[in-house]
Design a protein around this ligand. Sequence first.
Ligand code: GRF
Length: 223
Amino acid sequence: MRHRHKSDNGTMKSIVILISGRGSNMQALLEEHLPCRVAAVISNRADAQGLAIARQHGIATEVVSHRDHLDRESFDVALATTIDRYHPDLVVLAGFMRILTPQFVSRYQGKLINIHPSLLPAYGGLDTHARALRDGVKIHGCTVHFVTHDLDNGPIIIQAAVPVLRDDTPETLAARVLREEHRIYPQAIRWFCDGHLSLDAEGKVLLKRREQPGSTLVAPGLE
Ligand code: GRF
């Protein structure tokens, strides 16, 4: 049965996915045979399209609206309270468009990951595709990373690179990157749930396992 696989030692990790909108990364995760249980999908917007997709997959959904809270701190406390009801091993940000407080980030240290549509540390923040096109870079991509206090700058787990083509618009480039997002996010979560990810003394990601060298870089257009 999907989302109900047991890992080698018999324990099954669980994840909670946070979204704000379309939810295509969330959908890619739900359609993979990940070695974990997807306990819930939580959105800060009741109109997030991804909520309906989650329900179609039989996943519990919750809305914690930032509009119901006076400040970032109280919103994050409410969000954490909702997340913790599901006791997840990992909190997965998948297009979650709220900046999180340091308290929230600390609470989930080493258990909070994000996908960002650029090859970090280049192009943190918004409008990554338009900025890459303006700069004329020839290579662009996406990054899965642990979330730390340094926005869009936590330890990198896996990246995918795509070529930037001469006639690209932000939309065509975004679509090329998004296809790769849908490949690398499930991979990163599989590694986490199988217990293969850890952080070394310098805070860099270690991939424990006999993964092939280079498995943390996906570069389909460059092969
Ligand atoms: C993705 O491009 C992701 O990298 C960024 O927000 C977008 C979310 O898209 N953080 P979706 O909601 O997963 O379709």
